[in-house]
Design a protein around this ligand. Sequence first.
Ligand code: FMN
Length: 189
Amino acid sequence: MPLITETIVTTSNSAGDVHIAPLGLIATDGDRWTIAPFKPSRTLDNLRAVPFAVANHTDDVRVFAGCLTGRRDWAVRKAEQVQGGVLEAALSHWELAVEEVIEDDVRPKFVCRVAHVGNHAPWTGMNRAQAAVLECAVLVSRLHMLPSEKVEAELKYLEIAILKTAGTREEEAWSWLMERVDAWREKQA
Ligand SMILES: Cc1cc2nc3c(=O)[nH]c(=O)nc-3n(C[C@H](O)[C@H](O)[C@H](O)COP(=O)(O)O)c2cc1C
């Protein structure tokens, strides 16, 4: 399995509107990274229209949880060398230029070179609650296709790290995701 790094990807449409979405970037030959958006998605449409993206590395997991729960209004500024936006909450970012497109019926792949790297703030180390929010965000993005026993079992496990190690940002992110889980539970009942 290739290494995948979970980032906040910003893309733009031809009018210059920036779109923010959490996506996993897949390490590809040499130092390239592949973005693989499912069909249909705005990220996919944007990459076809404007073949650039910014991968934002942030420890503010509210951005991951927020994007999945309708809170996409995160501050961005103009990227330096490609068309796109840098998340203000990014500790570092990569500006990416699409070099190759591999078509697929489900999930086309956009292989990118890193055109520019920006470093903005120090990383303060690993935190279990941040990892748990990330896992929970993936779970929430797949609620429609997972059996409820699996969802409940995973939530129970992930909650341990929240209870033991979360700060205020992680607690807020978790609460947004739990709103979504509660709505899903009501539909199941
Ligand atoms: C950690 C994480 C990683 C994700 N990785 C991907 C991915 O690689 N490809 C994808 O299509 N969606 C991925 N998703 C789900 C997208 O963020 C979500 O479906 C998003 O809304 C994309 O659609 P959009 O471009 O229309 O906003 C991921 C979600 C999370 C929380």
